[in-house]
Design a protein around this ligand. Structure first.
Ligand SMILES: O=P(O)(O)O[C@@H]1C[C@H](O)[C@@H](CO)O1
Length: 319
């Protein structure tokens, strides 16, 4: 176990030291020991050698929604497998590429494939690409996901603007920001105790409503519940989420948005309702991932059009 007392608090970048805990940390803590400042810098440096234009918008593609990256022109595709220390997506419906290029007049980076805690990654690992994309220059994060409809008024195929979230892993002590708060992220250090009450940008949410109106798309708005997965929820869990004010449920997003708030991203969140949630013990229905992917792919064009136009708005209103 490392007991360094220098400013990096034991978070130096070698493979061996990455496995040891940092000062003040319980040896068994679930924390960010691997994606240290040094590793993130190395990854950012590697990508900058391949992609010389700074992206302004970062987009995370949810299950079955990777097609969004196909709208990007003058693409540079960087497979996760080529990036040092980068994890791989192991889930059907998630490719493993960073796609850079032009989307409706702005330079963007799309994560075609994200990481989930149920794949065996810590929440810090799942979220760390957000920090990478911020360090590459992006100021706006558009996060998309597939989700189950907790709100009984929602239908399969609805798109929900995420106005807030319930971060269950965080409530259980598993937040991606646990561990050393490294102040060497000089551009975007983020405080030790970051506020997340406005993690989803209100002005962006209102703008997306306008964009949707133009397209005659009726958007839902609500609270996304991020759970650990990989099980879909029990009937009792869905009933609990309803009582707590949840509208949609998924297995991603919350740790990404938490890190995004910490490093100063303005975030827009969109959840595609891909399935109903169990709420009756007499039903035989159960959610399945194949249906999640099928609905995502079916609705992908609509979602992509909204995001395309939203990016156009950012382009016209950036300072
Ligand atoms: O990556 P997202 O949150 O879009 O994917 C959801 C959650 C699980 O990964 C999967 C369950 O079907 O879809």
């Amino acid at each position: 176990m490392s007991h360094q007392t220098n400013s990096s608090a034991g978070l130096t970048g070698t493979a061996d030291s990455s496995l040891s805990s940092s000062v003040g940390e319980h040896p068994n803590a679930i924390t960010n020991r691997f994606y240290t400042y040094e590793r993130v810098e190395e990854i950012v440096g590697f990508i900058q050698k391949l992609v010389t234009t700074k992206p302004e918008i970062a987009i995370i593609c949810g299950s079955g929604l990777g097609g969004l990256a196909e709208l990007v022109t003058d693409k540079i595709v960087v497979p996760y497998a080529d990036i040092p220390h980068f994890p791989r997506s192991t889930v059907v419906g998630h490719r493993s590429n960073l796609v850079f290029g032009n989307l409706n007049g702005l330079y963007v980076v799309c994560m075609q494939g994200r990481f989930h805690p149920y794949e065996g990654y810590t929440t810090a690992t799942c979220a760390f690409p957000v920090r990478v994309m911020r360090m590459l220059g992006a100021h706006t994060l558009i996060v998309t996901c597939a989700a189950g409809g907790v709100n009984k008024g929602f239908s399969v195929g609805d798109i929900m603007l995420i106005k807030d979230h319930l971060n269950f892993p965080n409530l259980a002590g598993n937040n991606p920001l646990i561990g050393h708060n490294d102040e060497r992220y000089h551009l975007f250090p983020g405080p030790r105790f970051p506020p997340v009450g406005h993690a989803y940008d209100r002005a962006y949410l209102l703008k997306m409503k306008e964009v949707a109106k133009k397209h005659n798309v009726e958007l839902r708005e609500g609270v996304y519940c991020g759970l650990g997965g990989p099980c879909y929820e029990t009937i009792a869990e869905i009933n609990m989420l309803r009582i707590l004010g949840g509208d949609a449920v998924g297995m991603s997003t919350v740790h990404e948005v938490t890190l995004a708030a910490h490093c100063g991203f303005r975030t827009l969140g969109l959840a595609l309702i891909t399935n109903k949630c169990l709420s009756d013990y007499n039903t035989t229905y159960e959610p399945v991932h194949e249906d999640v992917i099928r609905i995502s792919e079916l609705k992908a064009n609509e979602l992509q059009q909204l995001i395309f136009d939203f990016v156009g708005f950012i382009k016209d209103h950036r300072t």
